[in-house]
Design a protein. Structure first.
Lengths: 284, 485
């Protein structure tokens, strides 16, 4: 039996993963949720037919979206995560004892339930006492927050669908307002490679640049995402992602990673020429 | 003809049948189902161009409907509680104009509020009717015109017992409703007809707990913009009549100015939308109301903004309020409505219906989703944070009492000359000046140019309103009547 999950990466390119079993399928209030078992990538989650993460390569994404800001900001106590219902970001964050509270705002309760039940690899720390989960629209939640977070992590889906509001000027402006005077926002920043993703990436960058004094982009290699080349945004009110990197302090913590290192941290901000150009186009 | 159920959509069904019959077109339109204009076909899609066809026997004819268009009109009449409904393809402007041309001729008087849409004044220019204005009560804090006061209507009737009709704007753009039932009764007791510009009130016919609709209030004619809250294509509209108005006469009036090549895209959109409203309107508008109420409460929590609603109801000039309209006063944020309107589009990629000097209006309808509502609210919150200032220096919209010197028609066709706007004070204007939208004339043909009018025009231009109407597109000049008036 040949069973393949395919995802369209551009109108003329698709990626397929051979599937062993279709583990779960349901329609939530917001989207269709599917869980598959695959031979190469282990278990994986798809929302509205788009692959969100696989057991085999999720560590890259979750380490890079979490440890980069944590190695820069000297004193993170209060964190807001938007999206991230799979629990991967929380799993990374709870390794930092100085974090006192985490608010996670996920619009779709079913995503959390499904991940808890079927994908414990990411959802294993969702019962941490420091975590409060809010099932709400992220844009709505953040509207009433003022000067309260040290770090905001925006772990959104793509900007075509329920996640669209998390790529807007009003959202980034609200994040700025919700951060303390030395706060950092890190976001899932799409891919610069295929045309449609590149346009979304450029638009997001433009809006972040307009909202924050410091705005840099860094990269990672994530095999199952379109083109495999993925970007993250680092927006900040005070700290520079490289000048304020405290590698000695971070390495003393002894957090064990499979992708992130403080050396890689530095390298991740050196991006290809065509991406630099793409971003520079919207910076002025 | 057998009576059809509201589940039918005769024009739509006839178009479907036509597609299957594969008729060879040697008639207009010349694009021949899109084949002759591939770029257009690419833009609109094959489905769309293939039903852009001409009147023919199986599809009936809009100027003299006897089959499927007639059936669609009868279904619409039934759905809206009217004696007859005319499908209109020239916008609600054409419905409003046909309504006025049907009841008034040169020299006849019509009682109406001054805050009417330009189409009403345009009809007066065409037919030579004389407007008798009822001063719409103003709301001080918001700077908007309210509905017609019953007392004022009575006074106007007493002073003009020969008037042919009373025209009511219901609801206004902002959602304000007059005491329609009482005004209809007053009109009828005095031998006048009651016409309603119901451009913004399609949903009144279908939603629960809505303000009363024109037909339910016993009005004689009503122009309903199906393309606004009803969901049909832009430019399609309905003209409804009650039992006191002759269908044949109105048809003749419509045919004076309406196209003889009525678009089947527009006609079928009216047909399908009517069916949709009749079958599902109640649920759809309950959702619209819920979303608008949610947005209103969230916006009022931001601070500074005032999203107003039923608390304005005073039993007379605000007899009822249309809660689907999200009208927001912006003055306490320190910004003119038009400035907030521009920020929403330029900074946040959100296009709202209009902004005037003190208010914005976001149009809520059957196509809205919660996630876009969150964006609108968040963007307003951000605009306040980034651009908010003190209220000083902002002008409210004051009602400008019109000084009517000659009839709109006389002024429009009289000998005129352009003068620099700064030299126009005291002269009689021969053209319209308005901000568009909302398209309510600041000055209309035949009215004297006063200080208030000039201040308003200059302030509106300064704040970035799109001021339209005059022959000189830059509005440096106004056309005024020659000679002494």
């Amino acid at each position: 039996m040949e069973l393949w999950f395919s995802e369209v990466h551009s109108p003329h390119v698709k990626m397929s993963i051979r599937v062993d079993k279709h583990v779960f399928s349901a329609e939530s209030e917001f989207q269709r949720i599917d869980v598959f078992d695959s031979y190469e990538y282990g278990r994986f989650l798809a929302l509205d037919g788009f692959l969100m993460f696989t057991e085999k390569d999720e560590f890259i994404y979750h380490e890079m979206i979490t440890h980069v800001p944590m190695a820069v900001h000297p004193n993170v106590k209060n964190v807001l995560i938007i999206g991230a219902g799979d629990g991967g970001v929380v799993r990374e964050l709870v390794q930092y004892p100085e974090i006192e509270h985490i608010d996670m705002v996920e619009i779709d309760e079913m995503v959390v339930e499904v991940c808890k039940k079927y994908i414990p690899q990411t959802a294993c720390k969702l019962d941490d006492p420091r975590l409060t989960i809010h099932y709400e629209d992220g844009l709505k939640f953040i509207r009433s927050c003022d000067d309260c977070y040290d770090l905001i992590i925006v772990d959104s889906t793509d900007p075509f669908g329920p996640g669209e509001g998390l790529f807007t000027r009003e959202f980034y402006g609200n994040c700025y307002k919700a951060l303390k005077e030395d706060g950092i926002m890190v976001n899932q920043h799409e891919s610069p490679f295929y045309k449609e993703d590149a346009i979304a990436c450029q638009r997001a960058h433009k809006r972040i640049v307009e909202s924050f004094p410091i705005s840099r982009v860094y990269q990672a290699h994530i095999p199952t995402y379109p083109s495999g080349h993925w970007l993250f945004g680092f927006a900040s009110k005070k700290y520079h992602p490289l000048k304020n990197l405290d590698d000695v302090r971070w390495n003393k913590r002894g957090i064990k990673c499979r992708y992130y290192t403080t050396m890689l941290h530095k390298g991740a901000f050196y991006i290809p020429a065509y991406v630099e150009e793409l971003l520079k186009d919207v910076e002025s | 003809m057998e009576k059809l159920s509201q589940e039918r959509a005769p024009i739509y069904e006839a178009l479907e049948k036509l597609k299957q019959s594969r008729i060879v077109p040697f008639d207009v339109p010349g694009h021949k189902r899109g084949r002759g204009n591939p770029e257009l076909t690419n833009l609109l899609g094959e489905k769309c161009v293939s039903i852009d066809v001409n009147s023919m026997k199986p599809l009936d004819n809009l100027i003299h409907p006897v089959s499927v268009i007639r059936e669609a009109e009868e279904l619409a009449a039934e759905a809206f509680g009217a004696s007859h409904a005319f499908l209109m393809v020239g916008g609600t402007t054409s419905a409003v104009q046909s309504m006025i041309l049907s009841v008034a001729k040169r020299g006849d008087k019509i009682i109406l509020p001054r805050n009417v849409h330009r189409s009403v004044m345009g009809a007066m220019v065409l037919c030579g009717a004389i407007p008798v204005y009822v001063n719409p009560e103003g709301e001080d804090r918001l700077g908007i015109s309210l509905g017609m006061k019953v007392d004022q209507v009575k006074r106007a009737i007493k002073a003009n017992p020969d008037a042919k009709a009373i025209l009511v704007n219901n609801p206004t753009y902002y959602g304000v409703c007059s005491d329609l039932r009482t005004i209809v009764n007053l009109a009828h007791e005095n031998g006048m007809l009651c016409l309603v510009d119901e451009a913004h009130g399609t949903h009144f016919y279908f939603g629960d707990n809505m303000p009363i609709s024109a037909m339910a209030a016993g009005a004689d004619m009503s122009a309903v913009s199906m393309h606004k809250s009803g969901g049909s294509l832009t430019q399609s509209s309905l003209l409804l009549i009650g039992p006191a108005v002759g269908e044949g006469h109105v048809r003749q009036i419509i045919n004076l100015t309406q196209t003889t090549s009525g678009s089947y895209l527009l006609l079928s959109s009216l047909d399908i939308s009517r069916r949709n409203l009749a079958l599902r309107g109640r649920d759809s508008f309950a959702k619209v109301v819920e979303m608008a109420e949610y947005a209103r409460s969230e916006i009022n929590r931001i601070g500074g903004y005032y999203a107003f609603s039923k608390e304005l109801i005073n039993g007379d000039s605000v007899f009822d309020f249309d809660v689907t309209k999200l009208s927001v006063n912006t003055l306490d944020v320190g910004l003119a409505g038009i400035e907030v309107y521009d920020y929403l589009r330029d900074e946040y990629d959100i296009q709202i219906e209009f902004g005037d000097l003190g208010n914005i209006l976001a149009y809520f309808s059957i196509g809205d989703r919660r996630r876009e509502v969150e964006r609108l609210v968040s963007a307003l919150s951000e605009i306040r944070r980034r651009f908010g200032k003190s209220r000083a220096g902002l002008m409210k919209q004051e009602y400008i009492e019109p000084v009517v010197v000659v009839s709109p028609q006389e002024a429009f066709y009289a000998q005129k000359e352009p003068v620099l706007i700064e030299n126009s004070l005291g002269k009689v204007c021969s053209e319209f000046v308005m901000c568009y939208p909302p398209g309510i004339p600041i000055i209309a043909p035949g009215e004297r140019i006063t200080h208030e009018v000039l201040n308003y025009i200059m302030y509106a231009q300064d704040k970035g309103c799109s001021v339209t109407g005059p022959e000189d597109p830059e509005i440096k000049h106004l056309n005024v009547l020659k000679g002494g008036y």
